[in-house]
Design a protein around this ligand. Sequence first.
Ligand code: GH3
Ligand code: MG
Ligand code: MG
Length: 510
Amino acid sequence: MSEMLDHLKSKLKASVNFPSPPAIAQQIIALAGDPHIDISQVAAAISRDPGLAAKLLRVANSALYSRQRKSTNLRQALIVLGLHGATTLALGFSLVGTYKDLKKSNGVDYEHYWRRAILSASAARCFGALQNASAVEDIFLAALLQDIAILGVDRAAPDFYRELPRKTSHREFSAHESAQLGIDHAELGAWLLEYWKLPKPLCRAVAWSHAPPAADRSTPMGMAACCVALGSECVEILLAPAAATDFSALAEHASEWLGIDAPAVAEVMGKIVAEIPEIERLFDTKLLQPAAASVILDQARDLLILRNLQALGQVSSLRETNLKLEARTAALPDAQLRDGLTGLYNRGYLDLMLRREFQAATTGNWPLSVVFVDLDRFKGINETYGHEAGDSVLVTTAKSIASVARDTDCVARYGGEEFVIVLPGVASPGAQIFCQRLIARLRSTLHPIRGTMVTVTASVGLATHTPKTPFQRASHLINAAARSVYVAKKSGRDRLVRHDSGGPVSAANP
Ligand code: GH3
Ligand code: MG
Ligand code: MG
């Protein structure tokens, strides 16, 4: 190893002129490596920086995640982004926030550096989405940090890049580094990120970012490296003067590394351009001068013409990334969480998850609604048709309830003919709409019993924990919902009563 490299590494380790990540980023790094992270931990870490929380909310509501429903609080944003995606994004924002305002030194144009980093990240993300990569945010972060060593070296050794001409290409940076240090910034960056304890796959993707053929795109890591490398090539084109545009190398690499054709590349270019305003807002950065934007649009249009020519033979379209919600529950076998008759969550799991959600809502300052459902005159069903018929009514009721709930809600059988639905992040107005829909659905559900159809109505109680009207404990919240059911029974059944700060109040029942 060269002496100079040794010297640089020790300066980077000692944070000479180049700070190590701030406390909040370190906390997020630790969380990102934890296989058992849960939503309350993530929320607690992110809530510590209100600006960061606001950013994540903005991402969740941005065109990057096409959602019909807008997230109004951090809880909902975390669901949209997924816990892993959210931590990864939070880390990206936090690191960019730390390093973006470093003042220019001798050899590197910092403004250009960040423009390139952010654009490459969004380009790499688009390639990841096209490939249906499982964690596009990992790819985004790897691309965002791929050149971090350039900053580190420039800060730690301010004259290192001094002799490079003003408009040095990315490849020339690498050549200069290799000549001086024996390795280039991709490898050094991977070393630095590893030293900062960032997840291994991310470090590997950075290490391979210049040489993806060595990577294997059947692994997430290899795929990430390919997307990162292609993303940078795209951006090289986007930021180049129009006259210097050459798509052939890009098209060739896209085919070699990711097996995608020119039309798909064109589509990605168009998408990157379309996403620029959104990304600019998220990173408070002007990525392109308006004049440059129009040049790029022209370039993208040229590519689309190319696309149209080729589309005659092949059709390729961007597939939506399927961001799965990571439902990380305790490592209990599913059977222990479920009610044997209806297959809904059981009381034990309900208690556990309600406590967890209560904690998360309290720290995260978002609402949490609890709906308590008690079937009306259920004893009569047992008496008229027998206990077995009663059981089958409970099963069809459970299905009806589950069909009204969203997959982020928790539906449980509380006991007997009582059910509880937990709606995290949902405030009272939304929860009331949910309850009315539920009541109507139950009222119209036909239960087949020995050749005839029977209907059963339900009395429903609702209580909502909010920052303005908090409950002391999760158990108080569920008790308030249960007391409201009692009032609903007394006032005629088949209706909703919601708990208010003054106690149960009848909701407008249709
Ligand atoms: P209301 O709630 O409208 O006041 O009347 P209800 O008839 O539903 O009254 P209550 O809540 O007191 O009765 C619940 C009945 O549900 C009692 C019990 O026989 C029946 N039940 C509880 N668990 C089961 C079960 O697992 N299977 C069947 N078939 N019946 C059950
Ligand atoms: Mg009951
Ligand atoms: Mg009942």
